[in-house]
Design a protein around this ligand. Structure first.
Ligand code: ZN
Length: 222
């Protein structure tokens, strides 16, 4: 068998806030047995560690709100890849965030013994991104995620499960989402351009249900 073809696959998931990347990553897990590497969560968890590195990382992410360096992205990603069994495919979301991270991510994938297959871009407009996110709330008591209009009648309704108070993440307000969307777009344009030029970009429309989006992705990859 071709040794490259027999290596486990790696996919990259790109999409603005509200495009439902976590849900699509779950589908990759069910269909391909892929492990979800959530770089945003991995960075936040490294930043919460009581070490000088954790404190420095927390300052970058939480106070200065800047992109972390390529070197940090590389070491966190290598660590995440090591935690996944070597024979298991992966789906990476949250990196690459900008043009200079592309080669960092691709080389970490290859050094882990996997073959990069495709970057999947869930394309969602700014307005759709805002509509989706600004409806997301959560219960401060039981932690349940609640959608305004579906689970909650108004933004001040109590949690339908436990009666607790519901609240919204500060950057899930309309202004916060608009900023995150524009940051995503500006940073990710060169990333999308790179994969497109390499013939490795699968662009799927994001203004559909999660199930329909997965249907498009699955049909293109299988
Ligand atoms: Zn609750």
């Amino acid at each position: 068998m071709d040794p490259i073809a027999s290596r486990p696959s790696a996919y990259i998931l790109l999409g603005p806030p509200g495009s439902g990347k976590s849900t699509q990553a779950d589908y990759f897990g069910r269909e391909f047995g892929a492990a979800h590497i959530d770089m945003g969560a991995a960075l936040r968890s490294a930043a919460a560690e009581p070490t000088p590195f954790g404190a420095a990382l927390s300052d970058i992410i939480n106070n200065r709100r800047e992109l972390v360096s390529d070197g940090i992205v590389r070491s966190i990603l290598e660590n995440e890849l090591r935690k996944v069994g070597a024979s298991r495919p992966v789906i990476i979301d949250g990196a690459p965030r900008c043009g200079s991270q592309v080669h960092v991510v691709i080389s970490a994938i290859e050094e882990s013994g996997r073959t990069f297959r495709e970057a999947v871009f869930i394309d969602l407009s700014e307005e759709d991104s805002i509509t989706r996110i600004s409806r997301r709330f959560s219960c401060s008591e039981c932690g349940r995620k609640l959608i305004l209009g579906a689970d909650l009648r108004t933004a001040s309704s109590p949690c339908p499960v436990c009666g607790g108070e519901v609240s919204q993440r500060q950057d899930d307000t309309e202004e916060g989402v608009r900023t995150r969307f524009r940051v995503f777009r500006d940073e990710t344009v060169p990333v999308i351009g790179y994969f497109e030029a390499e013939g490795k970009l699968l662009r799927v429309p994001g203004n559909k249900t999660a199930e329909a989006i997965w249907g498009d992705i699955r049909a293109a990859l299988i």
